[in-house]
Design a protein around this ligand. Structure first.
Ligand SMILES: [Ca+2]
Ligand SMILES: [Ca+2]
Ligand SMILES: [Ca+2]
Ligand SMILES: [Ca+2]
Length: 459
């Protein structure tokens, strides 16, 4: 390869078929709490939520208090050593006034890249905005009623809730499932309208739902391009609900319970539910552990011709499971978002794979992945009706002489999004000295990909 002072390197995004992996058995040892900064949290611990809340590459811990004095803790992970930053939040004020915290989720409700804190307690819903690991309660200004209001207003005692963009306007909306058949509780959908949340439950069809739910989840079970809601029946007789989300007129959405119609008829007491695609046909199935039936696995037997696409995100720079990635899919005038999570709801694990229904669209304009550390990647020419493995990757490009010595480095561990990139070499080594005419070797690395080629440098 002969060049002057500029050459082009090729595409180094990795989008491949899913490989089979095997791993050797490993071992665990108990870590001394104090040695890693996990200070004593003197309360009954009722759960946890893990996330890299500050995008430093290390996952942090929320340790949940349940029905005992004290307050939950946030341990930020500073390279393997934790620091309790609960005093940088109003957790003490909130939880010392309230009986118990049932569910905590890390969610980027304001789409600025860091993880905010969503809490459902026995007394209220709380939303805490994260600004550089300092948390401020914004529930009231965002429209949520907190703490528990008096009078006839519904209570907020809540087992399970979730965040998703139900109306496809690019922001996350909030859903709370009722947890009692006795109290004045309802399923509630709160819509994000330009940064303020409004209770639209009645408008969209959640009327007089007073079931006890222990689990709920969002997912596009009919692959028509919007997210539907499944809720388990949390007590006998335990009716499960599958609410299909449809746009009944432009800009107007409505939910209807189609559980019985679609064959979801088993009743009983369960604790938790999840959408996932166990047979990888692109249609979301439902799994529930069950006391009466041992397991309940509902296979989605849809045959509606709707198209879909899925992504399995694998962090190599970010955390391995790429938890808290924001994936946006663009088709025509529409876009859909998915925020990847792990087990951060009540008795619930999110589908670890990113799944989009796209209805009868046959092409995708682009998919944009914002990886957990904030890196942005754009995918084009994405084939539909299949899962893709997507990785983030560091890129390095170094130039060596024929003795194998590194002359200089043009990229060094940088993240680059998909596409063609140009690298210009000024003919100088890393000390700024001009190199002589001759044959050199450049080496390109991107994740698992590596390539090495000769080139002739002529002054
Ligand atoms: Ca945020
Ligand atoms: Ca929305
Ligand atoms: Ca749907
Ligand atoms: Ca399936």
């Amino acid at each position: 390869m002969k060049l002057g002072q500029c050459f082009i390197i090729g595409c180094f995004f990795i989008l491949t078929a899913i490989p089979c992996l095997s791993q050797e058995l490993t071992f665990y040892e108990v870590v001394d709490n104090a040695s890693v900064g996990l200070t004593v949290a003197p309360f009954a611990k009722g759960g946890l939520a893990l996330s890299d809340i500050d995008r430093n590459g290390y996952p942090d811990i929320f340790c949940l208090r349940w029905n005992s004095p004290g307050y939950s803790r946030i341990y930020v992970n500073e390279g393997g050593v934790f620091q309790d930053i609960a005093d940088q939040s109003p957790l003490e004020q909130i939880e010392n006034l309230e009986d118990g915290t049932r569910t905590t989720m890390w969610v980027d409700y304001d789409n600025d890249g860091d993880r905010d804190l969503s809490m459902a307690t026995t007394e209220g819903i709380h939303l805490l905005r994260n600004d550089n690991n300092v948390f401020t309660e914004v529930s009231a200004e965002m429209g949520f009623v907190a703490p528990k209001p008096g009078g006839f207003i519904v209570e907020w005692d809540c087992n399970t809730c979730g965040w998703a963009d139900y109306d496809l306007d690019g922001d996350l909306d909030f859903f709370k499932a009722s947890r009692s058949t006795e109290d004045q509780e309802y399923d509630e959908l709160w819509e994000n309208r330009d940064g303020t949340y409004f209770d639209v439950s009645n408008e969209v069809g959640f009327i007089n739902q007073r079931f006890k739910h222990r689990g709920m989840t969002f997912g596009d079970f009919d692959n028509d391009g919007d997210q539907d809601i499944f809720m388990d029946g949390g007590s006998v007789p335990g009716f499960d609900n599958l609410f299909v989300n449809d746009e009944v007129s432009p800009g107007v959405r409505s939910f209807a319970d189609v559980a019985e119609f679609t064959g979801i008829t088993k009743t009983g007491d369960r604790k938790g539910c999840g959408f996932f695609d166990y047979n990888r046909d692109g249609f979301l199935d439902i799994y529930m552990p069950s006391a009466e039936f041992n397991h309940i696995l509902y296979r989605n037997a849809a045959d509606n011709g709707a198209n879909w696409v899925g992504f399995i995100l694998e962090g190599t720079v970010s955390n391995r499971d790429a938890v808290n990635s924001l994936v946006t899919l663009y088709t025509g005038e529409k876009n859909q978002i998915r925020l990847t999570r792990c087990g951060d709801n009540h008795f619930h694990q999110y589908n670890p794979w990113v799944h989009f229904g796209i209805g009868f669209d046959t092409e995708i304009d682009s998919v944009v992945i914002r990886w957990p550390l904030g890196l942005r990647q754009v995918l084009k020419d994405v084939a539909i009706n299949q899962y893709h493995l997507a990785r983030d990757s560091n890129v390095s490009l170094a130039i060596h002489n024929l003795r194998g010595e590194e002359v200089t480095s043009l990229f060094s561990g940088d993240f680059q999004s998909a596409g063609y990139r140009y690298a210009k070499w000024d003919g100088k080594d890393k000390n700024g000295h001009s190199v002589p005419t001759g044959v050199y070797i450049y080496q390109l690395r991107a994740g698992d990909f590596a390539a090495m080629k000769k080139m002739t440098f002529i002054k």
